[in-house]
Design a protein around this ligand. Sequence first.
Ligand SMILES: Nc1nc2c(ncn2[C@@H]2O[C@H](COP(=O)(O)OP(=O)(O)O)[C@@H](O)[C@H]2O)c(=O)[nH]1
Ligand SMILES: [Mg+2]
Length: 200
Amino acid sequence: MARPANRIINAKLVLLGDMGTGKTSLVLRFIKGQFFDNQEPTIGAAFFTQILSLSEATVKFDIWDTAGQERYHSLAPMYYRGAAAAVVVYDISSMDTFVRAKKWVEELQRQGNTNLVMALVANKSDLDPKREVQNEDAEQFAQENGMFFIETSAKTARNINNLFFEIAKRLARTLPPRTAGINLSSEKEEKRRKRFCCIG
Ligand SMILES: Nc1nc2c(ncn2[C@@H]2O[C@H](COP(=O)(O)OP(=O)(O)O)[C@@H](O)[C@H]2O)c(=O)[nH]1
Ligand SMILES: [Mg+2]
C-alpha cells in the first residue's frame, strides 16, 4: 500500500495565453469538473487553489488564471514572478494563439528562472476538424524550450487531470519540501536555497 505523502509543496502556478484559448475553462474543469460553452471572459486575473496528492508529495496549487488581453499585459509579471509552474495555453484551431503562446514562452525565458516547470498546452483538441496548429510543430517548440507538451480539451475533459498531475510530479522532483514558488524570501536567499535544493 502506498504510504501517505510526507511532503507538502506549496506551488504558485500561472496560466498564460491569448484570450479565449480556454485557460479559465481548463481550471474550472480541473477544480470543479465543470465546463461552460459561454465561459465569461476573465477580468484582470482570477485565483483558485487545489490540492493534489501524489505518492511522493502533496502539492497545494495556488493558481493564477490571467486574462490574456493585451491591455492587461503589463500586469502579467505580477502573476508569473515567483511562480513554480507556468501553463502556456493555445487553441489548436487558431494559429494566432500559437504565435502568442510562443511570445509568452520567450517572455518567461527572459526571466531566467531555470527551475520553472513549464507546460505548453494545446487546448480545444475536440476542434480537430478546424485545426490550424500541428502538434509536431508545437512539440518541437516545447522540446526546444524545455517544456512538456500536452493536448487537452476542457470541453471533453481530455488530459486535464494529466496536465496538473504531470506538473505536480515535476514539482515534486525539482522543489524542496518547503513552500516553493512564493516569493517570501529575498533574491539572495532564493539563490542560496536553489544551490542546495535541487540536485538530480
Ligand atoms: N470546443 C471547445 N471550446 C472550449 C474549450 N475550452 C474552452 N472553450 C470555449 O472557449 C471560450 C473561451 O474560454 P475561456 O475559458 O473563457 O478562455 P480564456 O479567455 O483563455 O480563459 C469559451 O466559450 C469556452 O467555452 C475546449 O476545450 N473546446
Ligand atoms: Mg479566462
